[in-house]
Design a protein around this ligand. Structure first.
Ligand code: IMP
Length: 192
């Protein structure tokens, strides 16, 4: 059973995100249930605004406590692109397309951001953000994870997230940082 009086429902159609988030929350004894529906996506450069809007929209027809996450890859030399368009860009030009665009760029610095929004009819929306900085690799390496993991090398590592285990990624990924922040607040709050 999920911890506390109320289960938390993670609104996501992304199985990988759900798996990562559930595993990050295990040490906090916070368990998620999945609400497998599309979130309403605001067109906005800010993950915080996108996550808040998706949460508020979901709460219009849900009485249960809801959590949504917005995440993306922000590449410095491309002024933050693909950012809020990360999902679309992955589905269209893909990893090869990103590597191609970066071929002539001097810096390959990038970061992932995850913003978690949590709330219910009685708990006003709260946001928790996590970032992991790193760089884009020159080639696609590794098969673990999802999305841009095979081209993202976190600072302090020589391997892409696509070459490492879920437990490695979950130590310091953007998602780990955002969900840990959420969990630290949640376990001491009256929302539990
Ligand atoms: P959204 O948060 O559902 O809008 O999706 C953001 C997109 O960013 C995902 O579909 C992935 O392509 C990418 N993304 C987000 N987090 C990660 C991650 O942890 N690893 C790799 N790609 C990610």
């Amino acid at each position: 059973m999920p911890s506390g009086k109320n289960p938390i429902w993670f609104l996501t159609q992304n199985t990988n995100k759900f798996r990562e988030a559930s595993s990050i929350l295990v040490p906090f004894n916070v368990r998620l249930r999945r609400l497998n529906r599309a979130k309403v996506e605001l067109q906005d450069p800010s993950p915080e605004s996108i996550a808040r809007f998706a949460l508020v929209s979901a709460l219009k027809n849900q009485t249960r406590p809801i959590l949504v996450e917005d995440s993306g890859l922000f590449i410095e030399s491309l002024h933050g692109f693909p950012g809020p368009y990360s999902s679309f860009v992955y589905d269209t030009i893909g990893l090869e397309g990103i590597l191609d665009v970066l071929r002539r760029e001097r810096t390959r610095k990038a970061y992932f951001q995850s913003t978690v929004a949590f709330g219910s009819q009685s708990i006003k929306p709260r946001l928790f953000t996590g970032i992991v900085t790193g760089r884009i690799s020159k080639t696609i390496v590794g098969k673990t994870g999802f999305g841009y993991d095979p081209i993202f090398i976190p600072d302090g590592s020589t391997k892409t997230f696509g070459e490492t285990s879920l437990s490695f990624k979950n130590v310091k990924s953007h998602r780990a940082r955002a969900f840990q922040r959420f969990a630290r607040w949640f376990v001491t709050s009256s929302a539990r």
